[in-house]
Design a binder for this molecule. Structure first.
Ligand code: PMV
Length: 318
């Protein structure tokens, strides 16, 4: 018997970095997915293989290597099921890694969902998110949990650290997200640490900005609920300025953001940790290809993606 699962990438519409210190943020799942298949194997080893990361086997107590976080997510499922099992797990992903689209969380969520399906353990999106969060903690140190929540739930979520994510009811049928990759590699953990250090040095300056970011996320949520995408775009532009104030923008990201706005995006901003990685532009569907064309000459890669209503899903195969 074999189980397969997939989980979407995510884009933070508003609130990254501020979310680490308790402000709310809004993320949407996008239809670029990671997939996992799980098959029962003899013994109690879990063998994980990926085209990009090779293959590794993990037993009880073993650790380390690039595939270890995936094993941590699988272990969370074993804990919930109250038993271990020998497994052969194959993972693959269309989500560009290290670019702010939540590829590691999506891979972990897909692996957790496939394993749970194989073991016959029904899981809620929240339980899948918790398994993926255990994996993320190995990758990033102290993640807010927004990536695991977005990939597990799908659609748009309102996320506050420590609280159960809330699904936002919004119709994204008329809009597309255009993502443009700066091609600059960066470490989320290092950027989060740098922002927190800046805040520690200037609390009287930055605490009001964190309060403003919380207000911005609330306004963005209401605008999404009433389908007012022009206001969402405007709030994304304001949020980009706030992220620049935190020191996570650079000349390349500004170039991409301004090119997207000039080509007709409703709003454009850094998405994720910044310092490199991607920008996101919110566009009317009919404008998306034009905005993507304007970005393609100056970006390492562009992606036009609809919002995915489908979070992590799994099924048994023959
Ligand atoms: O991993 P990224 O680049 O999508 O960034 C995650 C968002 C941060 O707010 C910067 C960190 C976090 O854990 O929420």
């Amino acid at each position: 018997m074999k189980a397969s699962a997939s989980a979407p990438g995510k884009v933070i519409l508003v609130g990254e970095h501020f979310v680490v210190e308790g402000s709310p943020a809004i993320a949407v799942a996008v239809d670029v997915r990671a997939r996992a298949t799980a098959e029962a194997a003899e013994g109690d080893l879990v063998t994980i293989s990926s085209r990009e990361l090779g293959e590794a086997s993990f037993g009880p107590g073993a650790g380390g290597g690039p595939l270890y976080p995936v094993y941590v997510a699988v272990q969370e499922i074993f804990k919930r099921a109250g038993r271990r099992a020998g497994l052969r797990l194959t993972i693959e992903s269309d989500i560009p890694p290290g670019a702010g689209m939540g590829s590691s969380a999506a891979v972990a969520a897909a692996a957790a969902a496939a394993t749970a399906r194989l073991l016959g353990l029904p899981l809620s999106p929240d339980e899948i998110a918790q398994a993926a969060l255990a994996a993320e903690t190995i990758v990033h140190g102290k993640p807010s949990g927004i990536d695991p929540a977005a990939t597990s739930y799908g659609g748009a979520i309102y996320f506050k650290r420590g609280a159960k994510p809330e699904r936002i009811s919004a119709d994204f049928g008329r809009v597309r997200l255009v993502l443009a990759d700066s091609g600059i590699q960066r470490s989320t953990g290092a950027l989060v640490a740098r922002v927190l250090e800046t805040k520690r040095r200037h609390p009287e300056v930055l605490e009001p900005l964190y309060k403003a970011a919380a207000n911005l996320a609330e306004k963005a949520r209401s605008a999404l609920e009433r389908g007012d995408f022009a206001t969402v775009g405007e709030l994304m532009n304001i949020n980009h300025g706030m992220l620049s104030a935190l020191g996570v923008s650079n000349a390349k990201l500004e170039e991409l953001v301004y090119a997207a706005r000039e080509a007709g995006a409703l709003g454009a901003k850094i998405t994720g940790a910044g310092g490199g990685g991607m920008i996101v532009a919110l566009c009317w569907s009919e404008d998306a290809e034009r905005v993507a064309r304007a970005l393609s000459g100056i970006a390492a890669r562009t992606i036009v993606a609809p919002v995915s209503e489908k979070g992590a899903t799994s099924a048994l195969e023959g």
